[in-house]
Each structure stands twice: as C-alpha cells, then as structure tokens.
Design a protein around this ligand. Structure first.
Ligand code: MG
Length: 369
C-alpha cells in the first residue's frame, strides 16, 4: 500500500465566544485549521487535522502547517502509511523540527492503519480502557464570577473537569480567582489552574504559596522548563507541564529531574500519535499522570486525542478536551467523538472514526500526487 495523493484543506473555525489566555494577555476569536486527506493506491483514505491555538500561543501557526506539508509531500508520497515510524523518519529527515506540521500526516496514517487492520486507533495502539476520559472545559480568564459562570455553563453540559486560565501580572487577582473557584468547586470536580507561561518566577512563587493550603494543580506556571524547575524548588503545589513538553527529550528531562507531576500531551504540538505514545509511556514509567488533548480544533482533533487518552491506564489519565464545544462550525456532523455525560469515548469504528463532510471543508487548497 502506498500514499498516492495528499489533499490539504484550510478551514476557519470561529469560537462561539472571544477567549482570553494568560490572565487576559492573549485574545482568540478564530482558529486556522488544516485538514489533510491521504489517499492510497489501495483505495483506503485517512484524515488528520492540525489546528494551532492561534499563532500567539506557541510557535505554531496554520500557514506553517500548510508550508511544511508542501515541503514534506515528496518525502511522504509513495510510502506505506501503515509503517508509521518509517513515515515519521522520512518527515524528520526531510524537515527537522516543525513537529506541529507533521502531526496531521502522522494522524492520517494512523487512520488508514486502523482501517487497514480493522481496529479503532485506540486498540491499534495497544488496547483501550473500558471507560472514556473526562472532558475538561477550557475557562477563559476573567473576573472570578465570570469564570465561575463559564464553569456553570459547562456543568450543564455534563462536564466535571475544568481548565481555568489564570496568569495575570496582578497576583492578588489571580489569588482571588483561585480561591473563588475552589470555594465553589463541587466535591467530584477537577479544576486545573493553567497559567500558560504567563508568570515570572516571582509571581509564581507568590501565588502558588498564597494558595498552597488548597493543594490545587498549576499548569505551565513559567515560560520554560528551567523556570518551572526553579519554581518547583520554592513551592509545594502539583505542577503540570504542557507548552514546554514538545519532544521525547523534554519528557525524559521532566521525569528524570522531577520538574512536574503531570504531562500535558497535545498531539499536534508533539508531532502526532507516533511521538505522543512514547511520551505517554515515559509518563507511565515514571508515575506521571497525563492530560491528553489536541491543541485545539474540530471534532476530528478531539477524536484523535480521545483515542490516545483511552489507552492511558486509568490511574494515570486526568482529562481530555472537547474543543469542538467552543466552535460555531462542525466539520463532521453525526460522527466522531462527542462529550457525553462529561466523558470522551473513542468509537468502535476502524481507524479514527471521524470522516469530515468535504462539502463543509470546501475545495482543497493544495494537492500533491
Ligand atoms: Mg495548558
């Protein structure tokens, strides 16, 4: 089996409401999504999505994915998509780094592999847990009552995990946000306080120690792994790392040096499922729990993450995400993984189980063959 054609689609995915990160420093209103269709000489077709969270969140942007695919297309055409590590190697030799541009191709190869072997991706990865994964909401930064209002909206949809975005330079305001949300947290709820790199070491020290009695978990409380390693020395709260977890080497360093208790694995940031599963294994081997999710995007991106999340042992998985619930566009009506009773559960169909409606995607912006 060989990859015979690569079709690339661009689609804007508007957010239902404006969204602020880092305590209000960064604003997002629309996501620039790239969808990739791989067609094989056997007739099997696979899909993958790459949707960065805008271009100010991490070093990734929509045009970069499409330019990367243009560069890598010749290295991918003619390969057997079931041999995911050979495809990975070919992309890495053709274009070092740029992991986020490789993810949609890698994910489409896994979709084809599942269809070829008659297994959903979760089972192809080794087998799924029986239960789905809690879906975490993503709670935009704002005043404490505004943030609690968003959590209440998600509660009505069945969510019991939440990622609340903090990280303002006004440390007293962040302390107020955290205390207010914790005071109103239900006993069965998980709330992660996501700083998205916004704090300096000093600000992290002040806020995390001021709420140390609450025992809450903070995500990416500093810009770099070096910053977080230093923050770790002067604080006691559990720490999750996501933006600074890009490569397998990052995962090994975090585990070896004890920089964090939790990995935030985002499939597109780390380069797709082939690379993400290795980071998962490092986590399991070192007693590190995980959030597994997309960087953003449609039901397809959520479904990709749901498959990997469901292979993580129960005691290691914290939550996944249903970014689709923040969008005004659904590219795959009637299929893919949806948040039901607060859980994301991978389907039983072979492969990804989420083919988009091509009429919604429009014409391809590029075809390589
Ligand atoms: Mg995060």
């Amino acid at each position: 089996m060989k990859i015979a054609r690569i079709s690339v689609y661009q689609k804007d995915l508007p957010l239902a409401d404006p969204y602020w990160l880092s305590g209000g420093r960064l604003k997002f209103e629309v996501l620039d999504a790239t969808f990739v269709k791989l067609e094989t000489d056997s007739g099997l077709v696979g899909w993958g999505e790459g949707t960065p969270w805008g271009h100010t969140y991490v070093p990734a942007h929509g045009p970069g994915i499409r330019a990367g695919i243009e560069t890598m297309a010749k290295a991918v055409l003619g390969l057997d998509p079931r041999k995911v590590e050979l495809v990975e190697r070919s992309m890495d030799l053709c274009l070092p780094g740029h992991l986020y541009a490789k993810a949609p191709i890698d994910l489409a190869c896994w979709d084809i592999s599942g269809k070829a072997f008659g297994l959903p991706i979760a089972d192809l990865l080794g087998g799924r847990r029986e239960t789905g994964t809690p879906a975490a909401s993503s709670v935009s930064s704002g005043d404490p009552d505004y943030m609690l209002g968003i959590i209440n909206q998600y509660r009505e949809l069945g969510y019991y995990a939440h990622s609340a975005k903090v990280g303002g330079s006004d440390v007293e305001r962040d302390i107020a946000r955290i205390r207010h949300l914790e005071a109103n947290r239900r006993p069965d709820e998980i709330i992660l306080y996501d700083v998205n790199r916004a704090w300096t070491r000093r600000e992290a020290n002040i806020v995390m120690n001021a709420v140390a009695d609450l025992g809450v978990t903070f995500e990416q409380p500093g810009e770099t792994l070096d910053d977080i390693a230093e923050i770790r020395k002067v604080t006691t709260s559990p720490i999750s790392v996501d933006e600074s977890l890009v490569t397998l080497q990052d995962a090994c360093r975090i585990a070896r040096e004890g920089i964090a208790d939790i990995f935030g694995i985002k499939l597109n940031r780390v380069g797709g499922l082939t690379k993400a599963r290795r980071i998962r294994d490092v986590g399991v081997a070192h007693g590190i729990q995980m959030f597994v999710m997309a960087t953003g995007g449609s039901v397809m991106a959520d479904t990709e993450a749901a498959h990997l999340a469901q292979t993580v042992p129960q005691e290691f998985i914290r939550a996944s995400w249903s970014c689709q619930d923040m969008l005004t566009v659904d590219v795959a009506p009637g299929n893919g993984c949806r948040c039901i009773n607060g859980l994301m559960t991978a389907g039983e169909e072979p492969g990804l189980g989420c083919d988009p409606d091509e009429n919604i995607l429009g014409d391809p912006v590029a075809i390589y063959q």
